[in-house]
Design a protein around this ligand. Structure first.
Ligand code: 0X9
Ligand code: ZN
Length: 425
């Protein structure tokens, strides 16, 4: 358990502050520099010192080893004066956001043609992700179809792709993936897309992949927070929550991963302040996104049940098993969960040496209440319900804005891991 301090959870919202939007209304973050500050035995002191920089943005909530801090140009001098033990993780965040935003345009494929792997060479606009999934399903009509579980607050479809094998549509237990619940964690959609792509493309030629798809029905939702994701592309790259307003507050957004109707009422793992990044909402399950996701999850439970659920996030390279709400409670199959998660970590490492920290979500990272994996474990009775935090890890040099060159390796290493996990579990 690294830190249960409430203050560590309630890090300030990435509200606009004095950040100046560019000509197109998008915050540029030009000249913002980010640092990875070593904390360790000085955690409390470091956190106190950076409070003197009111406009600085804290990226991570688990600060037992380091605090990743984005410092605006006008506070850089004051930051340097603090003389903290730190390394630079973004020389100019604005420049990195611009480079990352250099999306390739996606040309829809001819009918039934498989989209090109070049999809994974850059990030893309939300509308192109939708087209990509429609093209992918169109290319494999005997094994896949697009479905919708409901609408976001702003009326976007929360869509998914359903994959199945030789048993026919809906005949097997579910493997269930959610991506991009946190809007700024762009790599999660790309990795989920890579896994989906590999399952479909290799089904007819690779016996191991065929065995996996013949054994499970996959329900893959790449964007469970579409409004937030679109907002990161139009306005604020660092947005996390949904886009819901609340009476009595000018702050926007509820953290969908604190809004699930299970252990929501506990007090140690989410914020009751609408201005905070981990705002839990006014009542359990009171976001439109959560309502839609809960209703759909229930249909999976009522059908063939859920074998595996993964909530794909970034960053830090973690594989987290239940629970988030308690650092001492463990699921009944805990030993098997940890064995498989460690096996997954080993297999992921074999591609490029990327290591993930494996362990219980609360005990390894921090406490959460109303998080999806606890609901999926205890309410939906999923056999395995994990959070995977993707690249970067703690050793490398960035955060939510991950260079496009790392999309493909992120996808490859997770796909190698998934082949192991899906065949072994
Ligand atoms: O805080 C979260 O929702 C996840 N981390 S993130 O930095 N992507 O926001 C972690 C959820 C895993 N659950 C617990 N750590 N309890
Ligand atoms: Zn996240």
């Amino acid at each position: 358990m690294k830190s249960l301090l409430l203050s560590s959870l309630l890090f300030a919202s990435a509200a606009l502050g004095t950040r100046v939007p560019g000509a197109n209304g998008k915050i540029t973050y030009d000249g913002y520099k980010a640092f990875r500050i070593h904390t360790g035995e000085n955690e409390a002191l470091v956190k106190e010192l950076v409070e003197s920089l009111p406009e600085a943005i804290k990226f991570n909530m688990d600060t037992a080893e380091h605090l990743d801090l984005v410092v605006p140009p006008k506070e850089l001098k004051a930051f340097e004066a603090l003389n903290l033990d730190s390394v630079v993780i973004y020389e100019d965040l604005g420049a990195d956001i611009r480079a990352e935003g250099d999306f390739a345009t996606y040309e829809t494929t001819a009918a039934r043609a498989v989209p090109s792997l070049t999809w994974f060479n850059s990030y893309h606009a939300y509308a192109d992700h939708v087209t990509f999934f429609n093209d992918l399903a169109g290319a494999f009509p005997s094994n896949s179809e697009i479905f919708t579980v409901g609408q976001s607050l702003q009326g976007r479809d929360i869509f998914g792709i359903h994959l199945w094998g030789s048993g026919g549509k809906g005949s097997k237990p579910a493997v269930y993936f959610h991506g991009t619940v946190h809007a700024r964690e762009w790599i999660s959609a790309k990795v989920v897309e890579y896994v989906t792509y590999q399952l479909l493309v290799n089904y007819s030629t690779d016996a191991a992949v065929k065995a996996i798809l013949d054994k499970y029905d996959f329900y893959i939702l790449p964007f469970v927070n579409p409004d937030g994701f679109v907002y990161t592309q139009t306005t604020n790259r660092l947005w996390r929550k949904n886009r819901q307003t609340r009476s009595g507050s000018s702050c926007v957004g509820t953290d969908i991963n604190r809004n699930w109707p299970y252990k929501w009422e506990l007090t140690n793992g989410a914020s009751t302040n609408p201005c905070d990044e981990t705002y839990k909402g006014q009542a359990a399950g009171d976001t439109p996104e959560n309502k839609a996701l809960v209703a759909f999850t229930k249909t999976l439970v009522a059908s063939k049940g859920i074998k595996l659920y993964i909530d794909w996030h970034s960053y830090g390279n973690y594989i987290l098993t239940p629970y988030g709400y308690s650092c001492s409670a463990t699921p009944s199959n805990n030993a098997r969960q940890l064995e498989l998660a460690r096996g997954l970590n080993t297999r992921i490492q074999q591609s490029y040496g990327t290591r993930h920290t494996v362990g219980g979500a609360c005990s390894t990272l921090y406490a959460t209440t109303g998080d999806s994996t606890d609901y999926l474990t205890d309410v939906s009775k999923a056999e395995f319900a994990w959070t995977i935090e993707l690249r970067p890890g703690s050793g490398t040099s960035n955060g939510f804005v991950l260079p496009a060159a790392q999309i493909l390796p992120s996808g490859v290493e997770q796909w190698e891991g998934m082949k192991y996990l899906l065949a072994t579990m």
